[in-house]
Design a protein around this ligand. Structure first.
Ligand code: KG4
Ligand code: ZN
Length: 365
């Protein structure tokens, strides 16, 4: 028997089409043999958000070629792989169908097991590939579709400590950018504008700050930005910069409070934790330097290690899906039946209560 496992990963849950080949060595180390991602940004940007129908069609057109490229770059034949891992939720249903059906077809033809992977589990386990983290640790996922603080206890063992009750953090950046006439995706544009702004010019709300629950809320912030922009119209370049800087400051303060409480809770729940526990950040918003600075400061204060995987593994990719499949295989978890269905909603923590806004995303919202 091989001393390692090799898997093909497929990701199509949102606006990135991705395929990757990843290996897990007998000692638990991971090795990425190929990592191919095609962003659909250009197709969606005229609409200021992801359009599900366009996304699904783009996945259909690109996926086969990307898989062939991922296999070729990894110098791997289908007969060399031990399994196929495909994202089966949560996400946009059209894209999920494309990726999962393709994964099933390859698994069937190659006679290999199929792992239907929760996209959030991919994000949650990435830091074990990049930084060889041990359980338990905390993960903050901040993307265009999700804002969650999750306790990662083991493979398949997650507890959601907090989630957004309305907009995701990336969505708040995108909507704020749109209001101010900045390009899509909004996060990088808002961050850039904020560099020349005065973060103290406007005081924006910091929702839920001070509350014991660890949830997030960002829709009020976006409303406050709109009202401010309207009250000082016409909004010039400096005003836009000041709004963006003040907006980021409000988010920084909110995260300081929410995540600070999360780190304190971890200390309470694991009083005997040996060594330095870790806070891992994932999702596109993790690119934001101001947010990183806040999280690093919090980790320093609470004695945590701040782990930020390379950006291309923080945003959507197939390496993380492949790795989640490998972790499942190595843990002896069963593969999925070929009749497994995609799930647009699929909480990582089955015990967590449903919250309005969870997993929702789209150009019209
Ligand atoms: O994880 P991701 O690439 O994809 C999905 O959510 O599908 O995250 C994209 C989100 C967008 O909302 C984008 O505006 C945000 O991440 N983002 C940022 C930055 N770069 C990307 N938000 C704040 N600051 C940034 N520098
Ligand atoms: Zn994601």
């Amino acid at each position: 028997m091989d001393s390692f496992l090799r898997i093909l990963g497929i990701e199509t849950s949102c606006d990135e089409t991705a395929a990757a080949v990843v290996v897990r060595h007998a000692d638990g180390r991971g090795e990425t043999l190929s990592d191919v991602v095609l962003s659909q940004l250009d197709e969606h940007s005229p609409f200021g958000g992801v359009v599900p129908e366009i996304a699904a069609r783009a996945h259909v057109e690109a996926l086969d070629g990307l898989i062939a490229e991922a296999l070729a770059r990894a110098n791997t034949k289908l007969s060399d792989i031990d399994a196929v891992a495909a994202t089966s939720g949560p996400g946009l249903i059209g894209g999920l169908i494309v990726g999962l059906m393709t994964g099933k077809a390859i698994a069937r033809v190659a006679g290999k097991p199929l792992y239907a992977i929760n996209h959030l589990e991919g994000h949650a386990l990435t830091a074990r590939l990049t930084d060889e983290l041990t359980f338990p640790y905390l993960m903050l996922l901040v993307s265009g579709g999700h804002t969650q603080l999750v306790l990662v206890r083991g493979v398949g063992d997650y507890q959601r400590w907090g989630t957004t009750i309305d907009d995701a953090l990336g969505e708040a950046f995108d909507k704020t950018a749109k209001l101010l006439g900045l390009p899509y995706p909004g996060g990088p544009a808002v961050e850039k504008a904020a560099r020349n702004g005065d973060p103290k010019r406007f005081t924006f709300p910091r929702p839920l700050v001070g509350e014991a629950r660890l949830d997030f809320s960002f829709s009020g912030l976006k409303t406050a930005v709109r009202q401010t922009a309207e009250s000082i119209a016409p909004v010039g370049e400096q005003a836009i910069a000041d709004i963006c800087a003040s907006f980021q400051r409000a988010i920084g303060r909110t995260l300081e409070d929410r995540i600070g409480r999360g780190l304190a809770r971890f200390r309470q729940e694991f009083p005997d934790y040996d060594g330095m526990p870790a806070l891992v950040v994932a999702g596109g918003v993790a690119a934001n330097q101001e947010i990183r600075r806040v999280l690093q400061g919090l980790c320093d204060k609470h004695g945590f290690r701040f782990v930020a995987p390379p950006l291309q593994l923080c945003t959507d990719n197939a390496v993380m899906i492949a790795w989640a499949g490998l972790e499942r295989m190595a843990a002896g978890m069963p593969a999925d039946d070929l009749d497994v269905a995609p799930r647009s909603r699929w909480p990582l923590d089955g015990e967590a209560k449903a919250v309005i806004g969870y997993g929702k995303r789209g150009a019209k919202s």
